[in-house]
Ligand binder design. Structure first.
Ligand SMILES: Nc1ncnc2c1ncn2[C@@H]1O[C@H](COP(=O)(O)OP(=O)(O)OP(=O)(O)O)[C@@H](O)[C@H]1O
Ligand SMILES: [Mg+2]
Length: 299
């Protein structure tokens, strides 16, 4: 069971909201969907969910094409829309019972208990949805999306409106859900994507500008080596300048040098530390932050 998205497009009036994008999601994966406002994330998720038809391209799930409003697709897809429209006058448990019946679930009470426990909605289950805080309404939306144990879970900004504690809890829930579902979720919170996802898709102006494992996206993009000494080194500038190093900066305990090809910069630095009786506390290659990468990809 995999999701294959192939060359999909969607145009609103004269604007290309989604412009020929392709990617795949496989079982066990949690894929983060990033992009600035208006990039086309929600439009893409709607097309995958089968509630908006692409102008061109194909979406297949489990080797079958996802047709608009197809019952077969809805059986295996769970979708939390961006707006999270809920029936505000229903009680939480009542709403889940209704959805359980819509999905023809076999053991509705047991399944409802499971999702209520998982999303820690126990103390809210007898309240009306409209009486819940935004964060708890978001939890109800997630509970509704996972009730039928979908093979593919699409979450459009699942953590919007959550406080920092709830954010951590929902991240854990998402990780837990990935045991049974492939997950594609959009977010503006970059840290969240690093904390939860295996892979990231980045959209910009309707196009897919990155599709990479999180580790390779974050892999060192600069070739500067940072060496942190236990001792101050500012007064050793003259000694350092005599070494065969391309120095970027010297500041108190920190030395930054360029790593030139064919030159063992680390060895030179370590020999210098030995000669001067200095201790190296940390030595690492500069890593670009996700914010920097995001900026780079979407500007
Ligand atoms: N129903 C619609 N009619 C016309 N234009 C639309 C419609 N829905 C979306 N758009 C436009 O398509 C583009 C992509 O919108 P979309 O909602 O997919 O972006 P997004 O990446 O989800 O943004 P955000 O991060 O703000 O949620 C935007 O420019 C938006 O104005
Ligand atoms: Mg959106």
């Amino acid at each position: 069971m995999s999701l294959l998205v192939s060359h999909i497009q969607k145009q609103y009036n004269h604007q290309k909201a989604v412009d020929d994008i392709s990617f795949e999601v496989h079982p066990g994966e949690i894929v983060g969907f990033l992009g600035p406002n208006g990039a086309g994330k929600s439009t893409t998720l709607k097309m995958i969910a089968g509630i908006l038809a692409p102008d061109a391209g194909k979406i297949t799930l489990n080797n079958a094409a996802v047709q608009i409003d197809s019952i077969d697709a809805k059986k295996i897809i769970g979708y939390l829309p961006e707006s999270n429209a809920l029936y505000k006058d229903l009680y939480v448990k009542e709403y889940l019972q209704f959805l359980g019946a819509v999905h023809h679930l076999k053991n509705i009470p047991d399944r409802i208990k499971e999702v209520i426990d998982l999303l820690q909605l126990g103390s809210m289950q007898h309240k009306k949805i409209g009486e819940l805080s935004k964060g708890y309404q978001q939890r109800v939306g997630i509970a509704a999306a996972i009730l039928h144990q979908p093979a593919l879970l699409l979450l459009d900004e699942p953590t919007s409106g959550l406080d920092p504690n709830q954010l951590i809890e929902i991240r854990e829930v998402i990780k837990h859900l990935s045991k049974h579902s492939m997950i594609l979720f959009s977010s503006h919170i970059l840290q969240e994507v690093t904390a939860v996802c295996n892979r990231v898709l980045v959209m910009h102006q309707g196009k897919l500008v990155a599709n990479e494992p999180i580790a390779s996206l974050l892999k060192p993009r600069s070739n500067n080596l940072h060496i942190l000494f236990e001792e101050e080194i500012s007064h050793l500038t003259e000694h350092l300048s005599k070494l065969s190093l391309d120095i970027v900066s010297i500041d108190k305990h920190l030395l930054v040098v360029k790593t030139a090809e064919g030159k063992d910069v680390k060895k030179i630095v370590m020999q210098f530390a030995l000669d001067m009786g200095l201790n190296i506390e940390r030595l690492h290659t500069e890593e670009a932050s996700l914010e920097e990468i995001f900026k780079l990809l979407t500007h």
